[in-house]
Write a protein that binds this ligand. Structure first.
Ligand SMILES: [Fe+2]
Ligand SMILES: [Fe+2]
Length: 224
């Protein structure tokens, strides 16, 4: 499958998960909404990380307008990171929760349109079907080993983005496993797992702030 087919399939999944997150705003069990948001975040952040690692560098090599075009999309990704970081862990009844969620969804819609209508359309004109398939395969591979959570401080471009992949993936997926364990055990050990989760989150925050992880960042997507 080419990068075009894989991206479209993921974008459609994204639409379904956003609809699910909206539906669960009224469900009797609050945890359903939290689960829907986590599934959505996992898709969004692995998808975007692999774009920044594989797809955008390829677009910058092939398209004369690749640099400003990918920078516009990276700015959308940055805003999603910022908004979801604010949203993270907030209950649906908290003030501002729905507004933050809708803001993230609006930016995600915009991101998808720019990618499908501009970036991928241009790549289809300039790359052979074989190269589009190879790009799709590489993107898929990187997506499966990408960080799963927002990291607004780390660089959106290599080399910082590439260097951050391994430590952030290990820490994010460690937190995902703790969450799964908590669900599987009926939330019986929640209070014991919470400090470990906080320690992993703090470690990820520290990794993000290493100066080497911020190398390659553009001013437009940089965060203090
Ligand atoms: Fe995409
Ligand atoms: Fe994207």
């Amino acid at each position: 499958m080419s990068i075009l087919t894989r991206q479209r399939a993921d974008h459609e999944r994204l639409d379904r998960l956003m609809a699910r997150a909206r539906e669960t705003l009224d469900s009797p069990d609050e945890r359903e909404h939290a689960r829907a948001l986590r599934a959505l975040a996992r898709l969004v952040f692995t998808h975007a990380f692999a774009e920044e690692a594989v797809l955008f560098p390829a677009a910058r090599r092939v398209l004369p307008e690749g640099d400003p075009l990918t920078l516009r999309i990276e700015s959308d990704h940055q805003e999603v990171d910022d908004v979801v970081s604010d949203l993270d862990g907030s209950a649906r009844s908290e003030p501002g929760h729905v507004e933050l969620m809708e803001r993230a969804f609006a930016v995600l819609d915009h991101d998808v349109r720019t990618e499908e209508d501009e970036l991928l359309a241009r790549l289809q004109q300039l790359m052979s079907p074989r190269r589009l398939r190879l790009l799709g395969w590489t993107w898929e591979l990187v997506r499966r080993i990408s960080p799963t959570r927002p990291h607004p401080v780390v660089s959106r471009r290599p080399p910082g983005q590439t260097l951050s992949a391994l430590p952030l993936t290990v820490l994010d997926r460690g937190r995902d496993n703790l969450q799964r364990l908590d669900e599987l055990t009926g939330h019986r050990f929640g209070s014991r797992l919470a400090p470990l989760d906080r320690a992993l989150a703090a470690a990820a925050g520290a990794v993000e702030r290493w100066p080497v992880m911020r190398r390659g960042e553009r001013a437009q997507t940089s965060r203090p």
